[in-house]
Design a protein around this ligand. Structure first.
Ligand code: CO
Ligand code: CO
Ligand code: CO
Length: 350
């Protein structure tokens, strides 16, 4: 195929970031202020919780899981951007314990300004990832827009008794994280031309990895709560879990996997706006160790795209789940635990 003039896609984007089912901060307040709908007993997970996706019961055996996510380019390669967007959108289905069934593409693209083959490559990337997830692409919608945006609406299925929310964590649970963090700082560094092509490939690989294997491995385990780590960052999503479960959370910072060069780039001042917002938003909800500097605190709040699952699993099964995940090729790390003390609050240790 004839190649087109390469475009630095990330230079066309203003802001990005995924807020899962509800956007971060002020946006979520607006969304939650919607007039309350008529109560529906089949709506198992709705707007009133901060979960990854909505869940609607069809019958005793089946419930729909629905989610939507789209954002501006965070990598320059169009095919990779399509893959990241798809892996990220589908992830919210896995986080709820579901299996993705169908997807719809959501496209905004400057059709008169950019080569149409760029869009074709974005769609091809997404389509390949959707295939890998075993889901079916059933359609989509596109508009002409100066700033490219891409994402997917995803519908999945889950057994109504097996919905994993972020509200069920129990004392003694261990927390397992299935991907390293630092993605926000690294993708901001792509925009600033601070990464080598190998480093871009490494962070892209983290983002395009489906949470499918992690979700399948955890399925038979006694998992009390689960979420994926995206726009609010590790501590933001852990905080949603602590509040939703009314439990305290302890995170051992030394055990949290951080991608190479993140610390160095953050020290050079590459801290995304979303990461700073997350940090500010968590004031009062997290206690950091006195020895941890500002950069270290920002890294734990770094806004992630297509991050891993954060799993609260029964303490007695944690070692086995951790081992099984690693055997299956998932970069899983045990990073903390759930405690009865300080409900709703996170204590970070070093
Ligand atoms: Co999301
Ligand atoms: Co999510
Ligand atoms: Co690792």
């Amino acid at each position: 195929m004839e190649s087109y003039e390469s475009v630095k896609l990330t230079s066309l984007s203003s802001k990005g970031g995924c807020g899962c089912k509800i956007g971060p901060g002020e946006l979520s307040q607006v969304l939650r202020s919607l007039p309350a709908a008529v109560p529906d007993p089949n709506l198992l997970v709705g707007l009133d919780t901060s979960d990854d996706a909505g869940v609607y019961r069809l019958n005793d055996e089946m419930a729909l899981v629905q989610t939507v996510d789209f954002f501006t380019p965070i990598v320059d390669d169009p095919y990779d951007f399509g893959q990241v967007a798809a892996a990220n959108a589908i992830s919210d289905i896995y986080a709820m314990g579901g299996k993705p069934l169908t997807v719809l593409n959501i496209v905004a693209f400057p059709i008169t300004k950019l080569d149409k083959r760029i869009l074709a490559d974005i769609l091809r990337g997404a389509s390949d990832k959707v295939k890998e997830a075993g889901a079916a692409l059933v359609g989509g919608h596109s508009i002409d827009d100066n700033e490219p945006k891409f994402g997917l609406a995803v519908t999945g299925l889950v057994h109504p008794d097996k919905v994993r929310t972020n509200a069920g964590a129990k004392p003694g649970d261990k927390l397992i994280l299935t991907k390293p963090i630092g993605v926000g700082i690294l993708t901001s560094s792509i925009k600033r031309d601070k990464l080598s092509s190998e480093e871009i490939a490494r962070v892209t690989k983290v983002m395009t990895t489906l949470n499918r294997t992690a979700a399948e491995v955890m399925e038979p385990f006694e998992v009390h709560a689960c979420t994926d780590v995206t726009g609010f960052g590790l501590l933001g999503h852990a905080s949603e879990m602590a509040k939703g479960s009314n439990m305290g959370i302890r995170i051992n910072a030394g055990l949290v996997p951080v991608l190479p060069r993140v610390r160095e780039l953050a020290e050079e001042g590459v801290i995304p706006g979303g990461t700073k917002n997350n940090y500010a938003h968590l004031e009062g909800a997290v206690t950091f160790p006195e020895t941890m500097d500002q950069v270290g605190q920002y890294i734990l709040c770094d806004a992630v795209t297509s991050g891993g699952l954060l799993i609260a699993v029964s303490g007695t099964q944690a070692e086995e789940l951790h081992g099984r995940l690693r055997q299956a090729g998932v970069d899983a790390h045990m990073i903390g635990e759930v405690v009865e003390e300080h409900p709703g609050h996170i204590i970070v240790t070093d």
